[in-house]
Design a protein around this ligand. Structure first.
Ligand code: NAP
Length: 252
């Protein structure tokens, strides 16, 4: 019998996982996207878009759609969706695990400023800082509100309105090469790089570029998430999915 898997997506890892699992004829794979991006990169298999209506809505969806396995492959900072996934899994008694890349770690000699939130990161920047802010558009507000610093905000999709001078938006989609990151930091005279701790290699060249150019890194720390079994790579996720579909336990 074909088994249905629901992947909560929005990341490159979720797409890679969907591609691998959808190649199995015994699996019917759907990826769920939040629906915030107008032209998202599309995963293999079926794609649905938009929220479920909280944990209870997701639990009802799992039961209605006869889902055998739920995989939370959302971004490490999508804390609400991850919390909903853990709760819905327990309520609907559907196995669930998370796919989350290991975070980047500071290397010897690195002097990262740690910030608990985007608001805290914006507050920690000194007057006259020239900050490259790479956290997307949703939480850029506190940075653009600071008119005593200069923000270059890099994001995939733009804002509805132009930011006040001296701030600028730079539209770009990863991956980014090390030499391009170094060039950007040098030509823009960047003093601070603000980033979330996404982990992985697709966007890590910015960290190396900051080291090379002496740019201070402001690292927004990952939020606390519910205690769920966690795959650290797509390969691990495929193995855990196989085990859970075979009946090897579920839940937090
Ligand atoms: P969030 O704050 O944790 O979630 C807010 C609400 O959005 C959820 O309660 C849910 O609505 C809906 N939602 C989120 N992810 C969804 C998904 N994959 N499918 C269906 N509904 C979803 O999430 P967020 O931080 O805004 O992130 C939204 C999406 O962007 C996620 O898919 C995430 O993987 C991706 N993303 C986020 C970041 C980041 O830095 N936060 C970075 C890169 C990509 P209901 O309660 O109505 O179900």
């Amino acid at each position: 019998m074909v088994k249905k898997i629901l992947i909560l997506g929005g990341t490159a890892d979720a797409r890679e996982l969907a591609e691998a699992l959808a190649a199995d004829p015994g699996l019917d794979v759907t990826t769920s996207l939040a629906g915030r991006t107008s032209a998202p990169a599309m995963p293999s298999g079926t794609v649905r878009s938009g929220g479920f209506g909280g944990a209870s809505g997701l639990a009802a969806h799992l039961v209605d759609q006869d889902i055998s396995l739920l995989i939370d492959a959302t971004h490490a900072y999508a804390a609400r969706m991850s919390t909903n996934a853990a709760q819905a899994s327990a309520v609907a008694a559907v196995p669930c695990f998370r796919l989350e890349r290991p975070p980047w770690l500071a290397r010897e000699g690195d002097d990262w400023i740690s910030a608990a939130s985007p608001e805290a990161a914006a507050a920690v920047l000194p007057a006259k800082a020239r900050a490259l802010v790479t956290i997307g558009r949703q939480q850029i507000g506190p940075f653009l509100a600071r008119l005593d610093i200069t923000v270059l905000a890099r994001m995939i999709e733009g804002l509805d309105s132009k930011p006040l001078a001296p701030h600028r938006i730079m539209l770009a989609r990863p991956p980014f090469a090390l030499e391009d990151e170094v060039l950007l930091m040098r030509t823009e005279h960047i003093t601070h790089l603000v980033t979330k701790n996404a982990g992985g290699e697709i966007t890590s060249p910015k960290l190396e570029a900051a080291r090379t150019t002496g740019v201070q890194i402001v690292m927004i720390e990952r939020p606390d998430l519910p205690d769920l079994e966690t795959a650290r790579s797509v390969e691990q996720a495929i193995a855990i999915a196989g085990r859970m579909l075979a009946g090897g336990g579920y839940g937090p």
